[in-house]
Design a protein around this ligand. Structure first.
Ligand SMILES: C[S@@+](CC[C@H](N)C(=O)[O-])C[C@H]1O[C@@H](n2cnc3c(N)ncnc32)[C@H](O)[C@@H]1O
Length: 329
């Protein structure tokens, strides 16, 4: 392979690798360019390379993605191959046969490649809502906020971060791995979510307090049970965060009201400076959005949308508008 061609193929594969490891949809694949590549490549080298860097990737072998997703991915790959080549590629069929006989468990893994080359893996539910909570899967705003954090590490560096409604933990794990916070407090209200969250923190090699010790390399990580409706001043006073973040927490009126309430109480029990607050939202429902801004006004909390970050690193649907808001408590 010519050096130029090999660089182009490496770029394509990196894009596949990142997307496959993370994607819940096939829509964002650069299929067009893949078909062109397949048309010009005389042997199966490219497809075998893709297979190696996706389905056979060591991260996927160790932490398998959803069976349904892997099946769709392989079927799509086979279709692309067969449009161009008459001969079936055994390796693709063998990989498909393996997943066709596997039952879909209730938990699967989603893995993401960071710009550093490091990866983040989360164990998640295969159902979007289960056990009466939305917190057992990663939502798009969590990925969006993680991308924003990667481009704005100074907002987190050497600071104590409190995350509200952490869910599966994607944003926090990415921030702990890339932004060097001093301490990171994941929090949620749901017992099942908290159990999965603790597992995900450990799965990514972040030591959880009390085992964790303060050093310059890794942050002090805790997972706290924190219900915004119930959290009283003594519990909130103990956190003293420099920065508070939350992703996808504006999805119904009760949750929206509880969020504004807890932010007000957090601000009231802060000993020094009030924390910076960043909330990442997916704008789904104009009424919920209207309620949120009205409640912020009532609580005298000013807000602005921060400038969007420039690089899309993770796969998420872009049909709904997303934004990171800075709230001034
Ligand atoms: C849509 S999920 C978002 C999870 C994660 N931030 C993400 O974006 O992937 C909303 C999260 O907020 C949590 N939550 C909802 N109401 C809450 C409350 N009153 N107190 C604390 N957490 C709450 C849920 O348990 C759930 O984990």
């Amino acid at each position: 392979m010519e050096p130029e061609e090999s660089a182009e193929t490496a770029r394509l594969l990196q894009s596949f690798e990142r997307r496959f490891l993370a994607a819940r949809t096939l829509r964002s694949f650069p299929w067009q360019s893949l078909e062109e590549k397949l048309r010009t490549s005389s042997d199966s080298e490219l497809l075998l390379d893709i297979l190696q860097k996706t389905v056979k990737h060591p991260v996927c072998i160790r932490h398998p993605p959803s069976v349904k997703y892997t099946q769709s991915f392989l079927l799509e790959l086979i279709k692309k191959h067969e449009v161009v080549h008459a001969e079936p590629l055994d390796e693709l069929y063998e990989a498909l046969a393996e997943v066709l006989t596997t039952e879909e468990p209730t938990q699967c893994h989603r893995s993401y490649v960071l710009p550093s080359g490091d990866s983040v893996t989360l164990s998640e539910s295969t159902a979007i809502v289960s056990h009466g909570t939305t917190g057992l899967v990663t939502w798009d705003a969590a990925l969006y906020l993680a991308e924003w954090a990667i481009e704005n590490p100074a907002a987190f560096r050497h600071r104590t971060v409190l995350e509200l409604g952490s869910g599966a933990g994607l944003t926090g794990v990415v921030i702990c791995k890339t932004c060097h916070p001093r301490a990171y407090i994941f929090s949620d209200c749901h017992s099942r979510v908290l159990k999965q969250l603790r597992g995900n923190v450990l799965l990514n090699g972040l030591p959880l307090e009390p085992e964790a010790t303060a050093d310059s390399e890794s942050p002090l990580v805790t997972v706290a049970q924190l219900d915004w409706d119930e959290a009283a001043v003594p519990q909130l006073s103990a956190f003293q965060p420099d920065i508070v973040i939350a992703a996808d927490v504006l999805y119904c009126p009760e949750v929206t009201l509880a969020l504004v309430g807890v932010l007000q109480r957090l601000s009231a029990c802060q000993r020094d400076q009030v924390p910076d607050v960043y909330v990442a939202c997916t704008m789904r429902n104009p009424e919920t959005w209207q309620l949120f801004t009205t409640e912020l006004g009532r609580a005298a909390i000013r807000w602005e949308a921060v400038p969007p970050h420039s690089q899309k690193l993770f796969p998420y649907e872009e049909h709904s508008e997303m934004a990171v808001l800075r709230l001034m408590l």
